[in-house]
Design a protein around this ligand. Sequence first.
Ligand SMILES: NC(=O)c1ccc[n+]([C@@H]2O[C@H](COP(=O)([O-])OP(=O)(O)OC[C@H]3O[C@@H](n4cnc5c(N)ncnc54)[C@H](O)[C@@H]3O)[C@@H](O)[C@H]2O)c1
Length: 356
Amino acid sequence: MEKLKVGIIGAGGISQVAHIPNFQKIEETEVACICDINKEKLDAIADKFKIPGKFTRWEDVIKEQLDIVVIASPNVFHKEQAVQSMENGKHVLCEKPLALTGKEADEIIKTAKKTGKKFMGAFPQRFTSHAYVIKKMVEKGEFGNIYYAKASYLRRRGIPGLGGWFTTKKLSGGGPLLDVGVHILDLVVYLMGCPEPETVMGTTFNKFKDSATDGGWPPSESRIGDRMGKTFDVEDLASGFVQFKNGGSLFIEASWAGNSETGLKISLFGTKSGAQYSSSDTPPLKIFSEMDGVLTDISPVLANVDSYLEEAKHFVECIRKDKEPITSPKEIITVAKIIEALYKSAETKKPVHLAS
Ligand SMILES: NC(=O)c1ccc[n+]([C@@H]2O[C@H](COP(=O)([O-])OP(=O)(O)OC[C@H]3O[C@@H](n4cnc5c(N)ncnc54)[C@H](O)[C@@H]3O)[C@@H](O)[C@H]2O)c1
């Protein structure tokens, strides 16, 4: 069977750590070319990973004979690169955030439908053992009605690429809400069965602007030729509350810096059981249940998985077997709409009511 040819846009941290090695590891794929506007990094990475094709313009990559385009560039480019890649006949695995607004997400989904190409969001959280265990229980109805959820992704001092594109709004679109908050929002929306959001309230802060320190992502060895400035015009903490049409609600918080604990935590409250996953707890996953009238705590033993590799394998399987990727169009649009509304609410200091 001929290998699927992969082209990667963005030769930075996530491509070097995950996408390039993973698509080189999978037997059915080969990394045929890579693109970066930073020529020094492009040359070094193409050389290091022995990638034959090199481009400095993404518009040229998407015209190559490729099956898959992986988008791993700064956030503001994702929508256009995804749409144009599909228009040029490529399946797309797109880094998060997939879109900055509901309208952008809509355009991506419409293009995927029109072109018949697969589009998947790169959300490795969905491929973790805890997500797998919780989702299986949700599907079996073991939580009953999930009516409340909490999602928290906090860093005490973890600002990515300080002064580079991450902290520059015109390139990132936003701070930790779009960067790490989107991981847990996507996960919780998926686990809750994608309820329709009705009202959204958000707040954002930027308290570490003058005392900010770089948090170490992207890894320093991956930053070949990157030029960092001083701009930090996005939030360093965001929090929000979402009410859903079905009566349920969600509290979410995400930070790059704050005087708080560090970690990723999600909680689901269901009428039959609840679940809590916390990256800093042992055991990390707890199920709060009831057996014969006795309140019972269960701590499932979680398998060790490489969630980034599983993500890539799943996408390849979807293409080979013509299956729908795990990130559904409805979830993609819902997540984008909620994030857009959280920022709008923070800016206007008013709740945002979403039309269906
Ligand atoms: N899924 C995850 O867990 C995860 C983790 C980290 C980053 N990400 C996402 O991956 C994307 C890249 O992040 P990163 O950490 O690799 O950042 P990075 O800064 O290390 O890499 C981005 C690269 O894109 C290049 N670039 C900039 N503009 C470009 C353009 N127009 N066309 C082509 N290349 C361009 C830059 O030169 C840089 O090398 C972001 O959207 C980020 O949110 C996802």
